[in-house]
Design a protein. Structure first.
Length: 340
């Protein structure tokens, strides 16, 4: 783990989080196949993002033949999802012991995101789906927005409320929300964990007023990180656990998902900064060599020249849409989508 990574993932807490995640994974995932255990899910018949046909499942995921989105297959039964959100689960541990202690470092990013929204919305009523411990709500409040949230983890809800934020404990799709009243809606690292992303997109459009802004981030299945690790046929990477990450979208899949729901995409990019480091950590951790000398040297060599090359290559990935992390801004259209 690099010094930069430690500022967001304290090493000991991150290790304990992964131990909790491994215990959870042992319950839900078959170690022989890397897929959700038989009896805990069902094989999806279409892509969760665009509705397209799926290819053969391996390593716990099936790729959409149309948009490339990785779909967890078999797919964890949605009735089991609340088990992942209990206060003694891995998700709650992450928010309490990894995310919260690095809040000061993360606030810089949240203020940057609030500034992005302020460039499109001078003020207004904002909703964040999956608001964690309320850092983005804090940043919005600093800028004069009326901010409220929805969150499933009890510890996070209590933390937000203690700071004076109005936050419901519920999944966004089931929350009691007014429709057509929000000027903006944010969802950071939420889509990958949802049982039904299309239901999320439809509800987001209904909650927003016409012209309202949707701001979200989510992993990118077309990013080099996911291409490299998924091609290995394993679901044991941090971001390839099929009981937690139910789908990993591509830019094509994300655009189709939102346009179908009545949004006009304003900005869709891949500004991720950690692909090279994540691939390097995985390769070193598994003592696995790459099949190409160029990648072998790029990811595994030591020294200042190798590090300079990795920084330049990461910028190349971001500039060409091949980083593993997407950022999207979209406006809600004048009409709401028909029921699906």
């Amino acid at each position: 783990m690099s010094d930069a990574e430690r500022t967001l993932r304290p090493e000991e807490a991150h290790r304990l989080f992964h131990e909790a995640l491994a215990r959870e994974e042992a319950r839900y995932v078959d170690p022989a196949t890397g897929a959700v255990r038989a009896g805990m899910g069902a094989t999806p018949t279409a892509c969760a993002a665009c509705g397209g046909p799926l290819g053969e499942a391996r390593g716990g995921y099936a790729a959409c033949r149309d948009c490339g989105t990785l779909n967890s297959s078999p797919r964890l039964d949605p009735k089991l999802l609340p088990e992942l959100w209990t206060d003694d689960g891995a998700a709650a541990f992450f928010h309490r012991h990894v995310y919260a202690p690095t809040a000061a470092r993360r606030m810089g990013l949240m203020r940057e995101r609030a500034a992005v929204l302020a460039g499109l919305l001078p003020t207004g009523r904002m909703l964040e789906a999956g608001c964690s411990i309320g850092l983005f709500l804090d940043a919005l409040t600093e800028r004069g927005f009326h901010a409220e949230g929805v969150e499933v983890v009890e510890h996070c809800v209590e933390t937000c409320r203690a700071k004076g934020h109005r936050v419901q404990r519920a999944a966004f799709e089931q929350a009691g929300l007014e429709e057509g009243v929000y000027d903006g809606l944010a969802a950071f690292e939420v889509l990958a964990h949802l049982a039904d992303p299309r239901a999320f997109a439809d509800r987001a459009r209904r909650c927003l007023r016409p012209g309202g802004v949707l701001f979200l981030t989510t992993p990118n299945a077309a990013g080099l990180e996911y291409d490299t690790i998924w091609e290995g046929g394993t679901a044991r990477h941090d971001n390839l656990k099929p009981h937690v990450f139910l789908q990993i979208l591509t830019a094509k899949g994300l655009r189709r998902l939102l346009e179908t729901a009545g949004f006009k995409v304003l900005r869709l990019e891949t500004p991720g900064r950690m692909d090279v480091e994540n691939i390097r950590n995985t390769a070193l951790g598994e003592s696995r060599r790459f099949s190409c000398g160029f990648f072998d040297g790029l990811f595994l060599d030591e020294g200042p020249e190798a590090e300079t090359a990795r920084v330049a290559f990461q910028k190349f990935l971001a500039d060409t849409g091949r980083s593993g992390h997407m950022l999207l801004l979209a406006r809600a259209g004048e009409t709401r989508p028909p029921g699906r």
